[in-house]
Design a protein around this ligand. Structure first.
Ligand code: SF4
Length: 311
């Protein structure tokens, strides 16, 4: 939906300096994601609509919060672990989540790897000795099926396991077509990592998209981010975990939020995150309990945050 439609539908946007905010990080609002959300407190709107607070510097800002720049052996590639390689297929997304830690994106040239860069990143992955390639972005389902399948086929047979890290089943569920699902199924083992933060995101269309993947035998797991005012309470996280397990989606990780310039409004202090997680652990089964993780700025990779019974 365009700016005019969004401003009509969400009147409080009139106070937002849309141009200034979107010049820092683009704004994109698919009707299928925000179309039936109306109140300012709706978690989909809280995470998708621009806000003036994004323009304010914060003392906690970290420009490269998970240390990817130092771990990038060539453009569009991140290597933090011997057994995994991360390939960024594009910088484009169906929605630009305002909390995202990858905010170095401007529309136009440079949104996607050049042909030379694309070939080099696939060559690197094939020769890496890695057991898993993680296709990320941006959203790896913002590229065409042909390009996605070329990336998967381009690292096989050297790399056996492919992970597609995408919000498309949530933010643009019609992207999960029968053709896409069949292509992923035929290339097994391909795991799909989705990203749901709140039960309100699990609409009928999202449920159907997730079911198309699971019914085809494509394993689906979820990664959430702990976000201020969105899901920073154990009851919401427990409801989300229960809803995911019901849909045959494993609640894999709960990420502590990464502090990038522009997302200060979403941050939750670590001590508070620990208390919330300790409560969550008492409310759900082992199957429904995600691991609470942090990705530190030194680039050493994610680790599980220790949480004792009291938080
Ligand atoms: S879809 Fe993923 S990569 Fe894109 S803005 Fe949202 S969190 Fe960031």
């Amino acid at each position: 939906m365009g700016r005019a439609e969004a401003s009509g539908r969400f009147p409080w946007l009139a106070a937002v300096d849309w141009e200034a905010v979107s010049s820092v990080f683009p704004v994109r609002l698919p009707r299928g994601y925000v179309g039936d959300a109306h109140t300012p407190g709706d978690p989909r709107l809280l995470t998708a609509l621009p806000a003036n607070a994004e323009l304010e510097a914060d003392v906690g800002d970290i420009p490269d919060p998970v240390g990817e720049q130092a771990r990038s052996p060539l453009p569009w590639v991140v290597r933090k672990h011997e057994d995994r390689v991360l390939l960024l297929l594009t910088k484009r997304c169906h929605v630009y989540c305002r909390f995202c830690f990858r905010r170095d994106h401007q529309p136009g040239e440079g949104e996607d790897p050049s042909d030379v860069e694309w070939g080099a990143m696939l060559d690197y992955a094939r020769a890496s000795g890695a057991k898993e390639v993680i296709l990320s972005g941006g959203d790896p389902l913002a590229v065409t099926d042909a390009r996605l399948f070329a990336a998967i086929d381009g690292v096989r047979p050297e790399v056996p396991v492919i992970r597609v890290h995408t919000r498309a089943p949530i933010t643009f569920p019609s992207r999960i077509t029968a053709k896409l699902v069949e292509g992923l199924r035929a290339r097994a083992p391909v795991w799909v990592f989705v990203h749901v933060n709140h039960p309100a995101e699990l609409t009928a269309e999202v449920d159907a998209a997730l079911a198309r993947l699971v019914d085809a035998g494509v394993p689906v797991v979820n990664q959430s981010v702990l976000l201020r005012s969105v899901n920073d309470d154990a009851a919401t996280l427990a409801a989300l975990s229960h809803a995911l397990v019901e849909r045959r989606v494993f609640p894999y990780y709960l990420h502590h939020p990464d502090a990038v310039p522009g997302n200060a409004a979403f941050r939750v202090p670590l001590a508070e995150g620990r208390r919330i997680y300790a409560s969550l652990r008492r409310m759900v089964s082992g199957l429904a309990l995600p691991t609470y993780v942090m990705d530190p700025p030194d680039g050493s990779g994610k680790f599980a945050i220790p949480v004792d019974a009291s938080g």
